[in-house]
Design a protein around this ligand. Structure first.
Ligand SMILES: O=C(O)CC1=CCC(=O)O1
Length: 96
């Protein structure tokens, strides 16, 4: 199943910069491993915001839930999820 996920990151102003840098490093590794596995299909920065728009390709909503709760930055995020389905005009074979 494909899902569009909007992630807005809100780091508290009083957070320890060294701790946050560690979490961001973990976040990058976590995200890139899921991208390599084909689960996190796309990630784009939203211009002008500390936010991204991502497309996930997972088995079901439970798997997406588990992936999102595992994000190292999860506790600093506002997350919005929308389920996607194939558009009748799509020419892509891998859209489901
Ligand atoms: O910077 C972000 O948008 C948060 C994030 C998600 C995956 C990643 O590597 O950074």
């Amino acid at each position: 199943m494909l899902f569009k996920v909007d992630m807005q990151v809100n780091i508290p102003l009083d957070a320890d910069p060294a701790v946050i840098e560690d979490i961001k490093r973990e976040e990058k590794a976590y995200s890139q491993a899921l991208q390599q596995a084909g689960k996190w299909r796309h990630i784009w920065r939203v211009a002008g915001q500390y936010a991204n728009v991502s497309i996930f390709d997972v088995e079901n909503a439970q798997e997406l839930h588990d992936v999102l709760l595992g994000l190292p930055l999860y506790k600093f995020m506002e997350i919005k999820v929308e389920a996607l389905c194939r558009h009748p005009s799509s020419i892509r074979d891998d859209d489901r």
